[in-house]
Design a protein. Structure first.
Length: 94
């Protein structure tokens, strides 16, 4: 499932309130971005990034019906200004 424009309100609100993240949709696919936040500050070496991979994918699955993964494409631990995840839709599971 792909979406265009702003994120569905519950997904965007959940990302902001729970993860201190901004959720947007570019080219119909979700992108999540964290500049700061408790987990990122507590584990600046990138240890929290795998947790966020799964958490964002699950948030989107529950609230938008998305099936796939969130790929971590930019990381503060590797010198980026923010951690960024992009949605990668899953294939046909049947």
């Amino acid at each position: 499932m792909t979406l265009a424009g702003r994120p569905p309100d519950p997904a965007g609100r959940g990302a902001r309130e729970v993860f201190d993240a901004e959720l947007s949709f570019t080219g119909g696919l979700a992108e999540a971005k964290i500049v700061g936040g408790v987990a990122v500050e507590a584990w600046p070496g990138g240890e929290a990034c795998a947790f966020h991979d799964a958490a964002f994918a699950e948030l989107l699955r529950i609230l938008t019906g998305f099936e796939g993964i969130m790929r971590h494409v930019e990381c503060r631990a590797r010198g980026a200004a923010a951690c960024v995840w992009r949605a990668i839709p899953g294939g046909d599971y049947e």
